[in-house]
Design a protein around this ligand. Structure first.
Ligand code: DC
Length: 227
């Protein structure tokens, strides 16, 4: 019997564009699998900090990524992330871990080591893959590629609201500065830089709400026979 390969929808773009929320909503609406690839880079960054590995120790970082001792436990809401048995679900979302993730994400050995882990998640009935290089590198044959953008100001504001909502005291200016620095590093790196695939559909979410974006993507999926 001929094995049919599960369909993939790639959702790429910088943080604060609504990528994660959109991907999770689509996956749960369709009953598809969900890959949050950023979490993998965050976990490598977290472990590197914990073990005192410098960003220049590329072999050690690659080895860390290849043997990532992580377990995802699916719960009622967000999946619980256990790293070496320690629950890090909340911690990996910290700004400092995001910055560490962006450092390790520039290391080719880390990216190569995480490829197989990402491919494993391509299972029927389909996969919604959220990241920076889903459409360009990890799933170049994705049935639909979406690249979300939004102004740095609105992305910083969204992050600010998110953190405030969690009761975390933050200022807008450093968040904006951090977003600009991270965009620059993610777009300039030599390996898998943040850029839309040639066949990606670019959606600017600066003035769009999540429901409007979801509607648009669902229509595109229907048009391509994906849902
Ligand atoms: O989406 P996020 O904020 O969780 O991503 C954290 C960092 O990981 C981000 O700075 C870029 C990097 N990343 C990447 O290089 N490739 C991916 N597919 C996902 C994330």
């Amino acid at each position: 019997m001929r094995q049919t390969i599960a369909p993939v929808v790639a959702i790429d773009g910088p943080s604060g564009t609504g990528k994660g929320t959109l991907s999770q909503r689509l996956a749960s609406l369709l009953g598809w699998h969900f890959l949050d690839s950023g979490v993998l880079y965050r976990l490598v960054g977290y472990l590197a900090l914990k073990r005192g590995i410098a960003w220049t120790e590329t072999d050690a970082l690659g080895a860390l990524a290849a043997a990532l001792p992580v377990e995802f436990r699916t719960g009622v809401e967000e999946a619980e992330i256990l790293l070496e048995g320690e629950c890090v679900t909340g911690r990996v979302r910290d700004e400092i871990i995001g910055a560490a993730a962006s450092q390790v994400a520039a290391v080719p050995a880390v990216r190569a080591a995480l490829l197989a882990r990402q491919h494993e998640l391509r299972q029927p009935p389909g996969l919604i893959a959220d990241g920076r290089d889903m459409g360009t590198v990890v799933f170049p044959d994705a049935g639909l590629k979406i690249f979300l953008t939004a102004s740095p100001e609105i992305r910083a504001q969204r992050r600010y609201n998110q953190l405030k909502g969690k009761g975390i005291d933050v200022n807008l200016a450093p968040l904006l500065e951090d977003i600009r620095a991270r965009d620059e590093r993610d777009a300039q790196r030599a390996v898998a830089p943040l850029k839309p695939a040639d066949d990606a559909i670019i959606l600017d979410t600066t003035r769009l709400g999540i429901v409007e974006v979801e509607d648009l993507v669902m229509r595109l999926m229907h048009a391509r026979g994906l849902a």
